[in-house]
Write a protein that binds this ligand. Structure first.
Ligand code: 5CA
Length: 437
């Protein structure tokens, strides 16, 4: 992608209403534009990262056995009346009336709709266990939308819903999502800690929030320090028996403020291991049994032929919020430092003299070689001065910078810089390509 043909509206200064660094950097890096409070347009650079995060979330859901579908953003109010949540949800729900005076709402979550889909088609325990997910925009009319995509009103969520014949099987579904979340956040370059949490308007008794520690986080959290550095289980686990992995985490103390029990924290955790910090909730998983299936009559025939209400759980990831969380965890004074797995481009090739045909030729050869090696490349072919180009490259956080100027062309070398460490080397193009991998 040639920068001269791209759309990257970077800003020198962040607007003064952007309070936290991730919001400031997303605006400055030309990733998003606010259209209304808590409602953002995703500009090309932001969209590339959003798509990459979404894809990693999708892959890990599928690995854990969940099946993707897509439900609409608009839902019928009557469906929510069946569960009793239409009135209970309150002013956070955006209510809409169509031309036939039918009451609709912009979905803040999808328990009712997925339960309706399930009951329409699934009649037997033989179809279970089943886990269906989608990645779809949600709307919550938050009282205080703030911090950019971190607490938006319109935001992208992955929400999965599991259906099982009984509680034991539903807990296995819960464990699969628990492990899938650990793997997902690790792939995104994040250290996310599962913590006992309040179930709020979704309901049920068992839930865990996945929290990324950050000073700018909205939640106060308490946990054993050991949880922060615990490596993710990875994909090679026995997906049918994850209890020991889950127990390995849940046996250590970790709770959000609403669930915090200071006495228990102190008795369970040695003083030096206690961590009290701020955190960002990037995911939340729930087991709520028959809370929706019973009133909505989502039943299947069991092995004995008797109909039973299915046991359900739901599992959310804040896909758009994750951009903010990743930036909070990975930036410096010069800008964003994208982890390789979610970077909008793998490499930026910086042409130091865009009016010099030999430099252009060398840059084009480098872009070509990188693309042939499967790398995505942003080629800064603009006629801006070098200082400005370096600043933009640092700001937008692309993991590798390949700098080519007349001197290097004369000597047959390029300058390679790793954004995360600032480490630079002057090497022949072939060596740079090898380092990039
Ligand atoms: N139905 C359940 C699970 S699918 C549910 O809605 N859970 S939730 O309310 O906890 O939301 C799931 C995730 O969405 C949260 O963990 C959070 O990461 C993200 N999220 C929630 N509200 C917002 C918001 N206003 N802006 C951005 N992300 C949000």
């Amino acid at each position: 992608m040639r920068l001269s043909r791209y759309f990257l509206p970077t800003l020198k200064e962040a607007p003064s209403d952007a309070q936290i660094v991730s919001h400031q950097l997303m605006l400055r890096a030309g990733m998003i534009k606010q259209e209304a409070a808590g409602i953002y347009a995703w500009l090309p650079l932001g969209l590339r990262v959003l798509n990459r995060i979404e894809q990693i979330v999708r892959e890990e859901q599928e690995r854990a056995g969940a099946v993707e579908l897509l439900m609409p953003t608009l839902q019928l109010a009557d469906l929510w009346r069946e569960s009793g949540r239409y009135d209970a949800y309150g002013p956070e729900m955006l209510r809409i009336t169509d031309r036939h005076e039918r009451e609709l709402l912009y979905g803040p979550t999808n328990e009712e709709m997925i339960t309706d889909i399930f009951r329409s088609f699934v009649k037997s325990y033989k179809s279970l266990p089943l886990n269906l997910f989608h990645i779809q925009w949600k709307f919550r009319d938050e009282r205080r939308p703030r911090f950019g995509v971190m607490r938006g009103r319109e935001f992208l969520m992955k929400d999965a819903y599991s259906f099982d014949i009984d509680e034991a099987s539903a807990r296995r579904a819960y464990n699969r999502m628990f492990v899938a979340y650990l793997n997902t956040f690790a792939r995104l370059g994040l250290k996310a800690v599962p913590m006992r949490a309040d179930t709020g308007p979704i309901g049920g008794e068992l839930s865990h929030e996945f929290i990324v520690l950050a000073d700018t986080g909205e939640s106060q959290v308490f946990c054993d320090k050991a949880l922060v550095e615990m490596p993710a289980p990875g994909p090679d686990v026995d997906w049918n028996d994850l209890q020991s992995i889950v127990d390995g985490r849940t046996s250590l103390y970790a709770a959000t403020e609403e669930m915090h029990d200071a006495a228990q924290f102190e008795s369970q955790t040695a003083e030096g291991d206690r961590l009290s910090a701020r955190g960002i909730e990037v995911g939340h998983i729930f087991y709520f049994g028959t809370k929706y299936s019973a009133p909505m009559k989502a039943r299947v025939a069991g092995p004995d032929g008797v109909d039973t209400d299915v046991h359900m759980g739901s599992y959310g990831v804040g896909v758009s919020r994750l951009l903010g969380a990743i930036i909070e965890a990975s930036h410096d004074d010069a800008g964003i430092i994208w982890p390789d797995a979610v970077a909008p481009f793998d490499v930026v090739v910086i042409n130091l003299r865009a009016n010099d045909p030999s430099v252009c030729e060398a840059c084009e050869a480098a872009v070509d070689a990188l693309e042939k090696a499967g790398k995505s490349v942003l080629y800064d072919d603009t006629d801006e001065r070098p200082g400005g180009k370096f600043a933009t490259a640092d700001l937008i956080g692309i993991p590798w910078q390949l700098v080519i100027g007349p001197k290097g062309v004369a000597e047959g070398v390029v300058e390679l810089k790793r954004r995360a460490t600032g480490e630079k080397s002057t090497v022949p193009l072939a060596a740079a390509l090898e380092a990039i991998g």
